[in-house]
Design a protein around this ligand. Structure first.
Ligand code: THG
Length: 272
């Protein structure tokens, strides 16, 4: 599983405050701890409170890079904010641009722009594309898979290799009324997306969305994570600082024969 550390996100009160006070230590501590806990990428999201989102993205990227070399996952709904992050990011170890829908009402070419930006970042430039289009976020399995198929086709047409494409079927809070069918739909969609191409694209979710507002957050997150992993999910934006979640993931991957069993498999997973 490719773990993308979720914690450097202005949605969290400590990060929001650190951004407001330009407190580098809080951000750098989160960057280091998530890296130690096995994050392959660090998600960087300025949140909604920042007055100047572009300047905040640049500050976060530079602040993180002063302390570690972990590749970044630039996370914004705004193309200009991602573009600003990309300008100051060290892309030599890789970069993930998060995220684009298939298309937008006011921007039919948004996916093509993301593909071009990722290509300009070198061979390890990658993107996350949401199974979402100008009509919004689909709730059913078939539309999710159909949009994923169009994303895969466009990426292939642009000569963008599948290992550089992450498809995100979009996880929503299970607590929302009438949303309880969604986790199962997402798992069904994942099971089909893996057959869209050979090799398939990566499949990623923002896991913590699932449990927003719920009581048993960590339990809900880690249970869904292993269920989805058994159907082909191979990446996730997660709280890598959650030990129970990482242990469950390690156990799931061992049972799926993706990690070798030994009596010390939990330790081995963390050291890998
Ligand atoms: N897909 C993609 N990118 C994403 C998401 C996605 N990026 C953002 C988000 N979703 C994934 N990251 C988070 C980070 C935090 C939370 C949820 C998802 C979260 N935060 C607490 C809350 O809202 O309750 C913050 C409260 C606090 O502790 O301060 O739940 O789906 N591609």
């Amino acid at each position: 599983m490719i773990a993308i550390g979720e914690r450097i996100n202005g949605m969290f009160t400590d990060v929001k405050q650190a951004i407001a006070e330009k407190d580098k230590a809080v951000i750098q501590d989160l960057a280091k701890r998530q890296t130690e806990c096995g994050a392959s990428y660090l998600d960087v999201n300025v949140g909604t409170a920042a007055a100047d989102q572009e300047a905040t993205m640049a500050w976060l990227v530079e602040t993180i890079q002063e302390t570690c070399k972990t590749p970044l996952c630039l996370d914004s709904q705004k193309l200009n904010v991602i573009a600003t992050g990309l300008k100051v990011a060290d892309t030599s170890m890789g970069i993930l641009l998060n995220s684009t829908p298939l298309n937008k009402k006011n921007d039919e070419e948004i996916l093509d722009k993301f593909l071009e930006m990722a290509k300009s970042a070198g061979p390890e430039g990658k993107i996350i594309a949401l199974t979402m289009d100008k009509n919004g976020v689909p709730q059913d399995v078939d539309t999710r898979v159909a949009i994923a198929a169009e994303i895969v086709e466009k990426a292939m047409g642009a000569g963008f290799e599948m290992h550089r494409l992450f498809v995100d079927p979009i996880v929503l809070p299970v607590k929302v009324p009438d949303a309880q069918q969604q986790p199962n739909n997402i798992i069904a969609a994942i099971g089909q997306i893996v057959f869209l191409s050979d090799p398939p694209p990566h499949i990623v979710v923002g896991l913590s969305n699932l449990s927003q507002g719920a009581g048993e957050r960590s339990l809900i997150n880690r249970t869904f994570l292993v269920m989805a992993a058994s159907h082909g999910l191979d990446a996730a934006i997660v709280d890598v600082l959650d030990d129970a979640l990482v242990d469950t993931l390690a156990t799931g991957e061992m049972l799926l024969n993706k990690q070798l069993y030994s009596d010390s498999y939990l330790k081995a997973y963390r050291n890998a």
